[in-house]
Write a protein that binds this ligand. Structure first.
Ligand SMILES: [Zn+2]
Length: 142
């Protein structure tokens, strides 16, 4: 499923928000911001689990030329609007990402804890396989 709508007119450029959700609901999905020539100027990657009502923001990226115009905020707000009532967490945030999510937490009153997904469905097959392997190793009878 793909949908898009006009997001905002910024400096006479019309940006569109496009989002792609895959059939596998726990797979990584992304919302992209496109300029008039369909060039990607912003991207937010996330996973959402409808079963548990949890979401995990993997990263937010804004093109250099488009930074400091509130586009990252717009992406997060759009995401929250698409998944009403969801609890969100983020990955281990990069140094510039931390003040961003602190500000977003104040603005949206969603806490955005960092460190990982809030439910096991969101960790992905590789992480799940690792956890299983670690559990097997650590639970082996001595
Ligand atoms: Zn879940």
């Amino acid at each position: 499923m793909t949908w898009s709508w006009s997001l905002a007119a910024q400096n006479h450029h019309t940006l569109r928000l496009g989002a792609a959700a895959t059939a596998d609901q726990q797979a990584t999905a992304e919302m992209v911001l496109l300029d008039r020539r369909d060039a990607v100027v912003g991207r937010l990657r996330f996973r959402a689990c409808r079963e548990c009502g949890t979401g995990w923001i993997l990263d937010v990226w804004i093109h250099d030329e488009w930074q400091r115009r509130g586009l990252g905020r717009e992406l997060v707000h759009s995401l929250l609007a698409l998944f009403p009532g969801f609890r969100w967490s983020t990955t281990l945030q990069t140094r510039p990402g931390r003040p961003f999510f602190t500000a977003m937490a104040e603005e949206t009153s969603a806490p955005f804890p960092r460190g990982g997904p809030l439910c096991a469905h969101l960790s992905g097959p590789l992480t799940r396989a690792w956890r299983r392997a670690l559990r097997l190793l650590t639970s082996r009878p001595r």
